[in-house]
Every structure is written in structure tokens, then in C-alpha cells.
Design a protein around this ligand. Structure first.
Ligand code: IFM
Length: 444
């Protein structure tokens, strides 16, 4: 059912699992600062210790091996390797060297995400993503990563989910750095895309033979009814969350309808310079897709974007996200119809549910069913010839779920945060069977 070379993986991100927030020369990221502001994170949680993966990585790799992963997607903490402008922290580099080497010793191919949200606080103080100055600093950072790890890393992801960084972090204020300003969000999105393009150029100059891409979180937007107004609401939401990122990357332009809409909301586009879009539209080896949900939209004159989400009454995960494997197939079809033929790697997909430990086991049947239905969707995509070459489950283990803290558990491995003990959940065993048999006919 899955080709022999289909890549089965699991994903995590530095701030969500590493802990060791101030060890071995690491300085603060915007998430270290944000998570300590009272009221920002559920239950007052923070990532100071998280899963203590910084110290327990060998144990975690042993579990990856037990599950049988082909690949592991992790991110590098920028302030761990560059704790001050222009200063490389060898101890931080050593940690990732040990991690990568251990993965390879265990036959697990590393996928490295360069930016998964933990911007150094020093960079934020220079203007962060809003300022064009970040481009030079991100170039230095990417060059360092290519030089230090390029001999062993097979897949590179420049950015994880530019939508979340720009909109959740700079428009809605739910994520670090907590801004609530559309102009900031639009500039952030542009500088994320531009740093992606500039990192691609540096990568090509290194002559590395590995593959590089970017990861977007995408989901199809459907009109709730066939009315022109609901269609407008769906198209706007698509423009806001999907097309704003896909069109510059694959067509070298921002969507005209959204430019008009933002302009009518007094957004200034003078931060976009000549040639930026050409750079953003550079050659990418694969598109990383993170899929969690689709969006059903109804016209709502008074709402931002003049649309609001409709609850379709389907089963939801603990995040309140409606489960829709059909939307998963649709978004990949749309990528193929409208944007690009390059391979798609599903760099994240997964679900949070409340887990219970019974007799030392976690019987997470709902997560297992979620996994089954979404892997079935991947099989269908490839039957349609949509060229999906990888699937990384989110997440390898329970971790710090940003503003929701530790309450929401996405792992196929459970973590007891008091003892730091890990337990492979029933969904993890199920995934392991699928990987070993390359088939969904695996026994649970
Ligand atoms: O935990 C996050 C991850 O960091 C980015 N993608 C979505 C996941 C679940 O919310």
C-alpha cells in the first residue's frame, strides 16, 4: 500500500521538547520570555524543562528505533547555537551533532527545521520579524547550519508554518511575541518568505546534495452554502491562510484580491522591495504540508475578512478541531491543480486527545483512529498520483503545546512530566506495525 521508499517519520520542535532553557550557553528565545508572562499560557506552564529531551535524547532515539521510524523531524533552537549576535555556541552545536549522529547510528534519517518559532530574544530586540534586518541574520544562521550539519542532514525545512508565526504571533497575539497588529503580521509573513528564498540561494551555493523546502500549514476553505457571499467568505479565508503563502512561493506574486482587501484596511506594502518576489519564488525541492483541519466559511459582514467559521458538527479532537480526512485529500489536490508538481512531504499531521494510563498502558483508540483515517487519505492521494513522499506524525511525544501548555497531548509516546518516563501509546504501536509492514492492513 505504501511504496518501499515512502518515508514514515515523527516530528517535534525544539522549544516544545528540549527544556534546558538556559543550559550550556543558550540564551532566551521569545517563547522563553512570552511563556513567563502571567496569563499567556494555560496553567502557567512554560518550556523551561518540557520533556528534557536535551538530556534524554538517547532514550528518545531508542524509542524512535523501537517504533521503526525512517526519519525524525526536529528543529534547531536558534538562540542555543547563536546566543548573541555573531557568536556561535559550540556547546549548542555539539548537542545537535550528537543528536544527528545518534539518529544516523540507528538508521533514522534527520529532517532539520531551521525555524520553528523560538526566535532569539536578541533578534526580537532588533525588530524581530517585522524588520528587514532579520534577513542578514537569518542568512548567517542558515549558513552555520548548512556548514555544521550539511554533511549528514538529508532534508531541510526553512520555516515551520509562516501563517502561525505571522498571524498567531503578530495579529491575534496568542503566540510569542504577542503582537496584535495586522501591519506587523503582513511584514512578518513577507520577511519569513524572503528569508526562506535567501536561505535557498545560500543552500544552492553550498553545493549540498540534500533537499530543501518550506512547511506551510494548509487546509481547504469551503463555502457553507452556494451563495456568492459564502463563496466570498471562503475565498477570503483561503487568501488569508493558504494563498498568501502559496502564491508568492509558487507564482512569484501576492494574491491580488488580498492585496486589495488589505489595502482597503490601510496596510502599507512599502516593505516589499524589487526582486523580493523573484527570490521568494526560488527553486524548492519539496513542499512540506502540515494538515490539521478544513474550514467551512459563512459570510459575516462584521467579522475580520467578512467570514466566520461554521461548526459542521463533526467529531472533534481535544483542540476543538473538527476531524476531516477528506479535507486532507482536497488540499493536496488543490496544491497540484493550482501551484506545483514538486513532491509533497506531510511534515505534520496528528491529534490531541485526553489520554488515560490504565495498568501502565495508554489505550488511545481515538488517536489511533485519527491516524488510520489520515493515512488512508495519504494512500488515496498516491492512488490519484498526487506524489506524496512522506508522512511525519505530530508528534513523536507529548509536549508543550504553546498557549495550551502541557494539557493537550499529541504524542504517540506519552510523557509523565513528573518522572520524565515515556510510554509508547497504542497509537504508537499501531504506527509501528504500519511502518514495518508498509501497509494499513497492520494488526492493532
Ligand atoms: O504543536 C504544533 C506544532 O508546533 C506546529 N503545528 C501544529 C502543532 C499542533 O498545534
Amino acid at each position: 500500500m505504501f511504496e518501499k521508499d515512502f518515508i514514515f517519520g515523527a516530528a517535534t520542535a525544539a522549544y516544545q521538547i528540549e527544556g534546558a532553557h538556559d543550559s550550556d550557553g543558550k540564551t532566551s528565545s521569545i517563547w522563553d520570555v512570552f511563556s513567563h508572562i502571567p496569563g499567556k499560557i494555560a496553567n502557567g506552564d512554560n518550556g523551561d524543562v518540557a520533556c528534557d529531551h536535551y538530556h534524554l535524547y538517547e532514550n528518545d532515539i531508542a524509542l524512535m528505533k523501537e517504533i521503526g521510524l525512517d526519519s525524525y523531524r526536529f528543529s534547531v533552537s536558534w538562540p542555543r547555537v547563536i546566543p548573541h549576535p555573531g557568536h556561535v555556541n559550540e556547546k549548542g552545536i555539539d548537542f545537535y551533532n550528537r543528536l544527528i549522529d545518534k539518529l544516523l547510528d540507528n538508521g533514522i534519517s534527520p529532517m532539520l527545521t531551521m525555524y520553528h518559532w523560538d526566535l532569539p530574544q536578541w533578534m526580537y530586540e532588533k525588530g524581530g520579524w517585522i524588520s528587514r534586518e532579520i534577513c542578514g541574520y537569518f542568512e548567517d544562521y542558515s549558513e552555520l547550519l548548512f556548514n555544521k550539519f550539511g554533511d549528514r542532514v538529508k532534508y531541510w525545512v526553512t520555516h515551520n508554518e509562516p501563517y502561525c508565526i505571522s498571524m498567531l504571533g503578530h495579529l491575534y497575539g496568542q503566540h510569542a511575541p504577542g503582537h496584535k497588529n495586522l501591519q506587523d503580521a503582513i511584514q512578518t509573513a513577507h520577511h519569513l518568505l524572503l528569508t526562506h528564498g535567501r536561505a535557498l540561494n545560500i543552500f544552492r551555493q553550498t553545493g549540498l546534495k540534500s533537499k530543501i523546502g518550506i512547511t506551510l500549514n494548509l487546509g481547504p476553505a469551503y463555502p457553507y452554502s452556494e451563495t456568492e457571499t459564502d463563496k466570498l467568505a471562503a475565498s477570503r479565508y483561503d487568501g488569508f491562510a493558504n494563498r498568501w503563502f502559496l502564491e508568492p512561493l509558487f507564482k512569484g506574486q501576492y494574491p491580488v484580491d488580498m492585496l486589495d482587501y488589505y489595502e482597503s484596511n490601510h496596510i502599507d506594502f512599502s516593505h516589499i522591495q524589487d526582486d523580493d518576489l523573484k527570490i521568494i519564488n526560488g527553486e524548492t525541492d519539496f513542499l512540506g504540508v502540515n494538515y490539521y483541519m478544513d474550514f467551512n466559511m459563512r459570510y459575516d459582514r462584521d467579522a475580520f475578512l467578512q467570514g466566520s467559521h461554521v461548526d459542521m458538527g463533526r467529531k472533534k479532537t481535544a483542540m476543538g478541531w473538527e476531524i476531516s480526512p477528506e479535507g486532507f485529500i482536497d488540499i493536496v489536490r488543490q496544491i497540484r491543480e493550482k501551484y506545483t508538481d514538486i513532491p509533497v512531504m506531510i511534515t505534520e499531521n496528528g491529534s490531541a486527545f485526553k489520554d488515560e494510563i490504565k495498568n501502565g498502558e495508554i489505550e488511545d483508540t481515538e488517536r489511533l483512529e485519527y491516524l488510520r483515517s489520515h493515512l488512508e487519505a495519504v494512500v488515496k492521494m498516491n492512488e490519484e498520483g498526487l506524489n506524496v513522499i512522506a508522512y511525519y506524525v505530530w508528534s513523536l511525544m507529548d509536549n508543550f503545546e504553546w498557549a495550551f501548555g502541557y494539557d493537550k497531548r499529541f504524542g504517540i509516546i506519552g510523557v509523565d512530566y513528573d518522572s520524565q518516563k515515556r510510554i509508547i501509546k497504542k497509537s504508537g504501536r499501531y504506527y509501528s506495525n504500519i511502518i514495518k509492514k508498509r501497509s494499513l492492513q497492520a494488526i492493532e
